[in-house]
Design a protein around this ligand. Structure first.
Ligand code: NI
Length: 183
């Protein structure tokens, strides 16, 4: 099933998500649906709040970016109940986009490395360190679980410049190649 993407202007996107346990209903189906929804909208990551569910779950598949960055080959993962344990390294800028912010792309500065503890789709615990674009995608998706969007991290002047476009998204006027909704 393909879900519509919850976009900017939705109060839900600003809320904190909760941990889940292995008894969460239809979890495998939900994960499959999240990947399907992400592929349909040409995203490389999708967090559960973006489909209206306030649970600490996000999925990533960055294979589509592997042509430019071979490090991303096969980088397909499910993160459940994730906690960032540590972030380090010089913050660096990279142009980010977000399915919840159609047609907006801005430079965002984030620490170079992230150490994250999470459960995979089989509820096996992992602790891993990511750098480069991998870290970037993980940090971006993780922020969604805490109600944070990348526009919260851009310079105030830049935010002012995109205010009109943000208002349009919040009014349901954004054009996207995928289904969106405001809740
Ligand atoms: Ni996003």
């Amino acid at each position: 099933m393909i879900y519509p993407i919850v976009v900017y202007g939705s109060a839900l996107l600003r809320k904190k998500s909760q941990d889940i346990d292995a008894n969460y209903p239809q979890l495998k189906q939900l994960i499959d649906d999240m990947f399907e929804t992400m592929y349909e909208s040409d995203g490389v990551g999708l967090a559960a709040p973006q489909i209206g569910k306030l649970i600490r779950l996000f999925v990533i598949d960055a294979e589509a970016m592997a042509e430019d960055d071979p490090d991303l080959e096969g980088f397909k993962k499910v993160f459940i109940n994730a906690r960032i344990v540590d972030q380090e390294g010089e913050p660096w800028g990279f142009t980010e986009g977000c399915l919840s912010l159609p047609n907006i792309r801005e430079d965002v500065y984030r620490p170079e490395k992230v150490r994250i503890r999470y459960l995979d789709e089989n509820f096996v615990e992992h602790e891993e360190v990511y750098g480069g674009i991998k870290a970037r995608i993980v940090q971006h998706e993780y922020d969604h679980l805490d109600g944070i969007l990348f526009i919260d991290k851009i310079a105030p002047l830049k935010k002012k410049l995109i205010k009109g476009r943000l208002n349009d998204i919040a009014k349901g006027k954004a054009k996207a190649s995928y289904k969106t909704r405001i809740i």
